[in-house]
Design a protein around this ligand. Structure first.
Ligand SMILES: Cc1cc2nc3c(=O)[nH]c(=O)nc-3n(C[C@H](O)[C@H](O)[C@H](O)COP(=O)(O)O)c2cc1C
Length: 181
């Protein structure tokens, strides 16, 4: 099949869509992010790309912490809402109907409805251009039953080419190629 050489872009089009919270129980923001990824296993670290103009951004800078909340597909509407309006203009907790709960390692509120909440402390901030990369070291992970079963019954939201998707069929477990003759 013929391939075209395209202009440079973030062609790595598969991304997790998550809700990131920052601030405190008294004053916080909840924002949808997709430029999110695992960066390091030890210490466990996650990177998020946030535009400086986002309301979320100043909370992360001020508190030096954020929480990555993995929403499930049943909360896709709330996730979309939190990516459409700014906390500068509206209280997104009220608007989305999502509930705050306290974390254990940071002052940042967790999203109670999300099956997994990952508390992170900012270790590095790297201005890249349109976005700042915050490298967060994971300091606590909260999981309900869906997350604990190896994520097998998690129903995370994938963001591909401007659309939200659920995971599809299992192909095989890691290492399956070694078991074949
Ligand atoms: C699916 C989706 C993914 C997004 N990913 C990012 C992202 O990775 N980084 C970012 O800065 N903004 C991202 N946004 C945009 C923000 O969520 C949006 O501008 C939001 O209104 C900012 O809210 P805030 O000003 O309260 O932080 C995304 C929006 C959506 C809907």
């Amino acid at each position: 099949m013929t391939k075209l050489v395209m202009k440079p872009s973030t062609a790595l089009s598969v991304a997790p869509a998550v809700l990131v919270t920052a601030g405190t129980m008294e004053s916080s923001d909840i924002t949808t992010l997709a430029w999110v990824g695992t960066l390091c296993s030890e210490p466990p670290s996650i990177g998020i790309g946030v535009r400086p103009e986002r309301w979320l951004h100043h909370f992360i800078v001020e508190e030096g912490a954020f929480v990555v909340n993995i929403a499930d597909a049943a909360h896709a509407r709330q996730l979309d809402v939190c990516g459409m309006v700014s906390g500068k203009d509206v209280d997104k907790w009220k608007l989305s109907g999502l509930t705050q709960e306290t974390g254990t390692a940071t002052a940042v509120p967790l999203v109670a409805e999300c099956p997994v909440n990952i508390e992170c402390v900012v270790r590095e901030t790297l201005p890249l251009g349109s976005h700042d990369l915050f490298v967060g070291e994971v300091v606590a992970v909260h999981m309900d039953e869906r997350g604990r079963k190896g994520g097998r019954i998690l129903d995370p939201i994938c963001f591909v080419n401007g659309r939200y998707w659920k995971l599809g069929d299992l192909i095989a477990p890691m290492g399956f190629s070694r078991k074949q003759a």
